[in-house]
Design a protein around this ligand. Structure first.
Ligand code: HEM
Length: 503
């Protein structure tokens, strides 16, 4: 049997199978400078630190190898030359894959031609359908439009002020737990941030009390589900139709049944002890009426609650975990952050209005989202024959924006692989088109929780970094790994160091 073949248009072939991160002083899979003594690990000045990225093949790998690489880590399939190209085209088995890698093409596909490219990829839909049903995240057409109209306003930027007290109090509890842990306490920062954001999103969705009561059960049941799904769905890659049954093991069915049970129980308890005055997502979903004045069904409420938990939990947790890691390697950034927090807050808790007064804190989060976008692939299926940038994208082909590539395109970003929060300061703020920076996607399907997630990240960093710095455990090799989201491996061992405000 012949091996399937694939091509990447315009790629030169090379004979070096892998050449790491293409920046002087960084050897691809090398460890994240963790051997250097604390606290002066990493680079000393802005513009000198290049955080880890996976090895980049100099030649496009053959398709059979590409699928294997993608299964293990989707970030390691891109050859060095792919980053600077405005677009790429790959043929994988029977599927055409077109990648938009310039602001113009991102705008063309995701905004101007949204109607043709609104549908999520078959891989994404099949991975999440058992969990989310017809939920907003994976639906399209009329269902998506109606749900977006209902869910969008419930978590919209204008509601973030109402959710702010719950966010702030949850973060303050985490800080108190860190204080109680004593000096130099070891933590798995990835897990710490996952617990924090899960608590925040649970209390936001289900209200303070139910959120507290059920957070652990909700987290465990979702984690269980994620363990069993496979991101690369070969049936879809083979170009076989949607109705073909996918392998859905007993473990997945059990995990879904458990999630449904927990969500039903929470919704029933919520209805029983409903209190006026508290803003919660469930309250918003129960009160919502569609265009015909009809309430959402119980199943739809459950699906949308699952969407918001899933979309809003791990994304923010990964952002914050990466932020702590990057800061641990960049003393100048820690100093600038400390200065800003001490000057603006002087030791007190931030208010909602303070968030806008913390430009450096925000820049650190934005630069983290550029380098390590939690959703590093945005994939859509063409619903009809179309063109993008004049290139044919036949019905059924995959059209993707890959923030991992776009955010490191050297034509758009000077010193693209460097950690430089400073690039997001001032009027130019990154100095480029909004279609070249898309950690929250762009167009009608842009993240419905953008303002929520950004505020939550800035606030978490402001409250926790006022009291603490975190040092990477020596000898830790941090590497970005992508399954459904991009994370710094399976754990992120760090030590907490409390700090006094400057005089
Ligand atoms: C740093 C944090 C976050 C990041 C980076 C992020 C990123 C994204 C991205 C890239 C998408 C589009 C995915 C795609 O097109 O395939 C998305 C969709 C979505 N996000 Fe977020 N998100 C974050 C936080 C949140 C939060 C906190 C919530 C809820 C409170 C949320 C709710 C949603 C929803 C409902 C969608 C689906 C929108 C639609 O399809 O119309 N996200 N997010």
């Amino acid at each position: 049997m012949q091996r399937p073949t694939g091509t990447i248009d315009g790629e030169r072939t090379g004979d070096n199978p892998a050449a790491g991160c293409p920046v002087a002083g960084h050897g691809g899979a090398a460890s994240a400078t963790a051997e250097a003594p604390a606290p002066d690990v990493g680079a000393k000045a802005p513009g000198t630190y290049v955080p880890p990225c996976p090895m980049r093949p100099t030649a496009p790998p053959p398709v059979w190898k590409l699928i294997g690489l993608a299964r293990r880590n989707f970030l390691s399939v891109w050859p060095s030359s792919a980053f600077a190209k405005p677009w790429l085209r790959v043929a994988v088995l029977r599927k055409q894959i077109f990648v938009c890698n310039s602001p113009d093409l991102v705008q063309e596909a995701f905004v101007r031609k949204h109607d043709t490219f609104e549908r999520k990829s078959a891989q994404m839909r099949h991975a999440l359908e058992p969990l989310l049903g017809d939920g907003l995240f994976i639906s399209d057409g009329e269902t998506w439009r109606r749900r977006r109209q209902i869910v969008g306003p419930i978590i919209h930027a204008s509601k973030v002020r109402d959710f702010f007290p719950v966010m702030a109090e949850t973060i303050a509890e985490r800080r108190a737990a860190w204080e109680a842990a004593g000096p130099d306490a070891p933590v798995d920062m990835l897990q710490e941030m996952a617990h924090l954001t899960a608590e925040i999103i649970c209390r936001t969705i289900f209200g303070r009390q139910l959120g507290r009561d059920y957070a652990a059960e909700v987290v465990n049941s979702f984690t269980d589900y994620q363990r069993h799904i496979d991101q690369i769905d070969l049936i879809s890659l083979l170009g076989l139709p949607d109705w073909l049954p996918r392998r859905r093991g007993r473990a997945i069915r059990q995990a879904v049944a458990r999630i449904d049970r927990v969500l039903d129980e929470i919704i029933t308890s919520y209805e029983a002890r409903r209190r006026d005055g508290e803003t919660s997502v469930i309250g918003g979903l129960l009160d919502a009426r569609d265009e015909d004045g009809k309430p959402l069904s119980r199943e739809a409420i459950r699906n949308e609650a699952a969407v918001i938990f899933m979309a809003g939990h791990e994304t923010t947790a990964n952002t914050l975990a990466w932020t702590w890691f990057l800061l641990s390697q960049a003393p100048w950034a820690r100093a600038a952050l400390k200065d800003e927090l001490d000057t603006v807050l002087a030791g007190r808790m931030p208010t909602y209005d303070d968030v806008a007064r913390l430009p450096y804190t925000r820049a650190v989060i934005e630069e983290t989202l550029r380098l390590y976008p939690p959703v590093p692939i945005l994939a859509r299926e063409a619903l009809a024959d179309e063109t993008v940038g004049g290139v044919a994208t036949p019905k059924g082909s995959l059209v993707m924006v890959v923030p991992w590539l776009l955010h490191r395109n050297p034509e758009l970003w000077p010193r693209a692989d460097h950690f430089e929060p400073e690039r997001f300061l001032g009027a130019t703020r990154g100095g480029q088109s909004k279609f070249g920076y898309v950690p929250f996607a762009i167009g009608p399907r842009i993240c419905a929780g953008l303002a929520f997630g950004l505020t939550e990240s800035i606030l978490s960093l402001a409250i926790l970094a006022q009291g603490f710095e975190a040092r990477l455990e020596p000898g830790t090799d941090v590497q970005p790994v992508c399954r459904l989201t991009l994370r710094p491996g399976e754990t992120l061992p760090m030590r907490l160091q409390s700090r006094a405000p400057s005089a």
